[in-house]
Write a protein that binds this ligand. Structure first.
Ligand SMILES: *[C@@H]1O[C@H](CO)[C@@H](O)[C@H](O)[C@H]1NC(C)=O
Length: 440
């Protein structure tokens, strides 16, 4: 890929699109702001995205404080991780994440990402609750909320598929042909946890778009660019039902998505007493002449600009871990909401004594070495010390390596699911082969 082209073309929309939004509920007296770069699908192309941002900083004489990536990050550490990545064979490549994992390169910006439908799912499962995927690169978790310089950032990984929505997280690496695809389908359990959030979230990120978001923007333009979306918009199958529920509940000032490989903006007026609105923006993937980057400027605290654990989210995590569904059976939420306040107080005092910094990055598998094949004889699931640390801190048991019992894998939700499955669930399978033509 021609880097100059990436840089030039990202400019044409990057800085001329600067949005300012004050989070007035957070900071009354000071007017300090941070610049956040938002990126669509990463597809393992960290080198190019970081170079673009570094160049942008230089020519605009500015400072970017954070990068948020909306999924398809492809945190592939070595060849073995490629086995857990669901992509057509010709896209099964190491790309550049491994350099940041091995320490050969350091991410020049704090980076936060969610998962999409092309991920090293075995690695993301190690970090189910969120954690450092590489130094300075933080995975938000299958669902999660963190703080950064006083801003609250929430996200949901994966894409929505009705068929798997109510299932538990039964998939374990090494994945078979069916599990490698279902593992990234959004689960009710994670959405339900996010639905418990009562305090304002400033930025929310999902890989696929919230269902119905096209009603709030210029969908006619979108359809002109992507004619095959028209039927899905009409049928109301374009996007995630879970995303729509979360948008309605959380009403964040900003919501960013990716997945459909185009740029689309919308403004949702929530019609509540506070007159809240959500500015929605979907971005493209990182290739020349595509709109994959957006810089926003937001009011912030005076720092430090570091990722911190979020108290409310940890309380939700602790409260709901007892009903974490580890088989195909749906979660049973009966009674878990009770005692939330007490749990919150408990987490608060724990955080006061420990501090809010996430547990430190730890490498758990051999690094990729382009000149030799990595020994791949480590087990399918590895307990990541960051996850163990967080669970110990929350006084919760480690359950991610519990294998599901085959007997419980019978009921996977209603049988008549096919009518609700929209074709864009597998949009990348449809689109990926066309992308190279698109670029010419
Ligand atoms: C894959 O594994 C799951 C259990 O995780 C099992 O239910 C399913 O039948 C397997 N599918 C195939 C195609 O082997």
């Amino acid at each position: 890929m021609d880097l100059d082209m990436v840089i030039q073309t990202s400019f044409s929309f990057c800085f001329f699109n600067l949005v300012f939004h004050g989070f007035s509920h957070l900071f009354d007296s000071k007017q300090i702001s941070m610049k956040i770069a938002i990126e669509g699908c990463m597809h393992g192309d960290l080198d190019n995205v970081y170079s673009t941002l570094l160049h942008l900083q230089q020519v605009e004489n500015t400072k970017i404080d954070l990068l948020i990536c909306c999924g398809d990050f492809q945190a592939v550490r070595n060849e073995k991780d490629l086995e857990s990545l669901s992509v057509p064979p010709k896209y099964r490549a190491m790309n550049s994440f491994w350099k940041y994992y091995s320490g050969e390169k350091i991410a020049p910006f704090p980076t936060i990402f969610i998962g999409g439908n092309h991920e090293a799912s075995n690695y993301l499962w190690e970090l189910y609750y969120g954690g450092w995927a590489a130094p300075n690169i933080y995975f938000l978790g299958f669902a999660g909320v963190v703080k950064f310089g006083g801003i609250r950032i929430g996200g949901l990984s994966g894409i929505y598929k009705y068929r798997d929505y109510r299932s538990g997280h039964y998939e374990r690496p090494p994945y078979n042909n069916s599990d490698i695809k279902s593992v990234y389908h959004v689960r009710e359990y994670d959405v339900h946890k996010l639905m418990q959030i009562e305090e304002p979230v400033d930025i929310f990120v999902s890989h696929d778009w919230p269902l119905g978001i096209t009603d709030h923007g210029n969908w006619k333009n979108l359809v002109r660019e992507k004619p095959y979306f028209e039927k899905e918009i009409e049928d109301r199958t374009l996007g995630s039902k879970a995303g729509a529920e979360l948008l309605e509940k959380i009403k964040p000032p900003y919501w960013f998505s990716a997945h459909l490989h185009c740029k689309f903006a919308a403004v949702v007026q929530h019609g509540d007493d506070e007159g809240r609105i959500t500015k929605f923006l979907a971005l493209d993937k990182c290739i020349p002449r595509r709109k994959f980057l957006q810089i926003i400027e937001v009011e912030s605290g005076d720092g430090p600009y570091e990722i911190e654990y979020d108290e409310e989210w940890l309380a939700i995590t602790r409260r709901f871990n007892s009903v974490f569904p580890l088989t195909a059976k749906p979660a049973n939420f009966g009674g878990v909401q009770l005692g939330m306040e007490e749990c919150r107080e408990w987490v608060k005092s724990k955080l006061e004594s420990r501090g809010t910094k996430p547990f430190e990055f730890v490498r758990t598998v051999p690094c990729h070495n382009p000149s030799q094949t990595v020994a791949n004889n480590y087990p399918g699931h590895i307990r990541n010390p960051q996850t163990e640390g967080l669970l110990e801190f929350l006084e919760l048991p480690y359950v991610l390596d519990q294998s599901h019992s085959p007997a419980s894998a019978i009921s996977r939700g209603p049988a008549n699911y096919d009518s609700e499955d929209g074709p864009t669930d597998d949009v990348d399978e449809i689109q990926l082969p066309q992308e190279e033509e698109d670029d010419d």
